[in-house]
Design a protein around this ligand. Structure first.
Ligand code: 5RP
Length: 223
């Protein structure tokens, strides 16, 4: 099975989990990326079963609208019943690295604001220790050099994501070689740097449930 088929399988498993809990008033938080796109495409057939969605990016909002799914401002609705999103890495404690697509800040807001965070990945994203994937850090543009120097002081090797601007008008530094053996500490330390909007470690708010698509089917892990 291809990686895309695995992503699709994980998305289908999450949808199966979500559907029995939806009411016509339910709001869903929807993440960003190729795995979640499979979820959105499958969700479209069920759009009568819930009210609408809050999107973690302009790209996701556009895809939802194309399917006729209403998209709301987070401030205008009740807390989303579920937040569904992919990840770049997930460890056995369901801590994640996210932000490969650059939507990490809105993703973190939705993960925080939603009742239950479901993460959908293919098996290539499963790791024993976070950190092979460079950690995305969203930064206010004028603080780029300062934040870069501070990240070096923390042991990292930041790389400017050239030509990319987030939906919030900021830049991304992808940080290699950080020691993420204590993910909550690292998440807090990086967020303390003035000029950092947030970083892509989801350790203080890990996923509640992880759906991992493997060659022998989808496994589910909960916290
Ligand atoms: O965090 C993300 C976007 O900011 C994505 O969830 C992450 O990059 C995984 O993407 P994909 O499903 O395309 O592999």
């Amino acid at each position: 099975m291809s990686q895309d088929s695995h992503k699709q399988e994980a998305a289908r498993a999450a949808l199966k989990h979500v559907l029995p809990e939806l009411t016509p008033r339910s709001i869903l938080g929807i993440g960003t990326g190729s795995t979640v796109n499979f979820f959105i495409d499958a969700l479209a057939a069920e759009k009568d079963q819930f009210d609408g969605a809050v999107a973690s990016s302009e790209a996701t909002a556009e895809r939802l609208r194309q399917h006729g799914i209403p998209v709301y401002d987070l401030n205008a609705v009740e807390p989303p019943r579920f937040y569904i999103d992919g990840a770049d890495e997930a460890n056995h404690r369901l801590e994640l690295i996210k932000g490969g697509g650059g939507a990490l800040t809105r993703e973190k807001i939705l993960a925080a604001a939603s009742e239950t965070f479901l993460c959908i990945i293919d098996e290539t994203k499963q790791v024993d220790m976070l950190g092979d994937f460079p950690l995305p850090v969203e930064v206010i543009p004028m603080a780029r050099s300062y934040v870069g120097r501070e990240l070096v002081r923390l042991g990292g090797d930041p790389e400017y994501r050239a030509g990319f601007t987030t939906d919030n008008g900021n830049i991304i530094l992808d940080v290699h070689h950080l020691d993420l053996s204590r993910p909550i500490k690292a998440e807090e330390a990086i967020n303390q740097i003035t000029g950092v909007v947030t970083n892509g470690l989801f350790a203080k708010r890990p996923a509640d449930r992880l759906f991992v698509a493997t060659s022998s089917g989808v496994t589910e892990k909960g916290r």
